[in-house]
Design a protein around this ligand. Structure first.
Ligand code: PLP
Length: 394
């Protein structure tokens, strides 16, 4: 066994409790109010498409993020899809997305009839690299009639979707600058970054819209769910309308004025979400404490770096990540095998989008940093309970 792997496991053992059986990568946590609100929703018989918890969840989300509007939907993928559609992405367009992301980012582009155009990531933020994007656009893009086009494919470049990887905010100032110059609307994939801020402002509020996710593995969960946040009231109304079958308001007639979607979040899920949001700030604080413990523990391990929050940001540390030095990248698989065998839920990053057969033909810029990160990145157990004071750990 290599010294690096021994030291890596020792670092995990120094932070995480021993003798509790396998520790998952990320586990949801429920308390008294989670049960009470879900039971209340059941007792009310309003379990489905209407009910007080959906309204409250949307209000609570808007309050927490500071966004003018929050529209709750069935899942984060649906949130991304409807946000892109409302941003004007359509058939034949291209949308700039990082190759290092979860599949939903690229799939949402496909649902609009558009193609993802893959962009490289930055080693420090793990998010899209604005400088590299700008250099790539100078090579492939041109502005015609106030809109941005790919000179090589002829397609319109319709939007850009940055993603805040593992809760670390990407370089938003850099991106806003590049997006402005190339007339590209920004739709943020903030599915992983609820509770994370960039220069004091909540992620998801830097473009025209931001998408959130409340899947079971996210920092707070509704079982399955998502939301779009926006500061534009008109867009908010449009999002609500299109995600609720585009029904025209009327006491009894069913009339629909667009091909909308049944993307609404059920009241039952929103009930759970209301209780989870009550604990979001605590979860963020606990995750930040866990990250501090990992930062210290992994400083002692030669050959790796702890993926820390970028300067000027406050990460929610949804998933903690450690990067192997390039010369140790051959240890990634044995490290995954041995940490999991030792009872620690670890995993590699997603296979890069441009390497999947379904997206192999899509246009892309140079992706060398994303490819390096894919060889070297390992996520380690990140449930908020492990950041809690030892006596209070459950
Ligand atoms: C979780 C996630 C989503 C949305 O996922 P859903 O499971 O559909 O809620 C989108 N993008 C990223 C980067 C994610 O991590």
């Amino acid at each position: 066994m290599s010294a690096l792997i021994d030291n890596f496991i020792a670092a995990l053992q120094s932070v995480l409790p021993r003798g509790r059986g396998p520790i998952g990568l990320h586990e949801p946590e429920f308390g008294a109010n989670d049960r009470a609100y879900v039971l209340d929703a059941i007792d009310s018989t309003f379990v489905s498409s209407v009910g007080k918890y959906v309204d409250r969840f949307e209000r609570d989300l808007a309050d927490f993020t500071g966004a003018k509007r929050a529209i709750a939907v069935a899942n984060g993928t649906a949130a991304l899809h409807i946000a892109l559609e409302v941003a004007g992405v359509g058939r034949g367009d291209e949308v700039l997305v990082p190759s290092l992301t979860f599949i939903a980012t690229a799939n949402a582009v496909s649902y609009c009839g558009a193609k993802p155009h893959f962009v490289d990531s930055d080693e420090c933020t793990l998010g899209l690299d604005p400088a590299k994007l700008d250099a790539g656009l100078r090579d492939v893009a041109e502005i015609k009639g106030g809109r941005c086009f790919n000179k090589k494919t002829g397609a319109r470049l319709a939007a850009i979707v940055p993603m805040h990887t593992f809760g670390h905010p990407m370089d938003l100032d850099g991106l806003i600058d590049v997006a402005g110059r190339w007339r590209l609307p920004i739709v943020e994939d903030a599915a992983e970054s609820l509770g994370a801020t960039y220069k004091g402002k909540h992620t998801g509020r830097f473009g025209v819209m931001g998408a959130l996710s409340f899947n079971g593995n996210k920092i707070v969960t509704t079982g399955g769910g998502g939301a779009v946040i926006t500061d534009d009231e008109k867009l908010g109304d449009r999002l609500k309308h299109l995600t609720t079958t585009a029904k025209v308001k009327h006491p009894w007639f069913f009339t629909h004025d667009a091909i909308g979607y049944n993307y609404r979040m059920p009241n039952l899920n929103a009930a759970l979400g209301c209780a989870q949001l009550e604990r979001l700030s605590t979860f963020v604080a606990e995750k930040r404490q866990l990250a501090a413990a990992y930062r210290a523990a992994f400083a002692e391990v030669d050959g790796v770096t702890f993926a820390d929050e970028p300067a000027g940001t406050k990460s929610n540390f949804w998933l903690n990540a450690v990067l192997l030095d390039e010369k140790h990248s051959s240890l990634l698989v044995p490290l995954l095998e041995q940490t999991n065998a030792a009872g620690f839920g670890t995993r590699p990053v997603w296979t890069l989008m441009h390497k999947l057969a379904i997206y192999a033909d899509c246009p892309r810029l140079d992706l060398c940093t994303a490819e390096s990160l894919e060889r070297r990145l390992i996520n380690i157990p990140s449930s908020p309970c492990w950041g809690r004071d030892k006596e209070a750990q459950s």
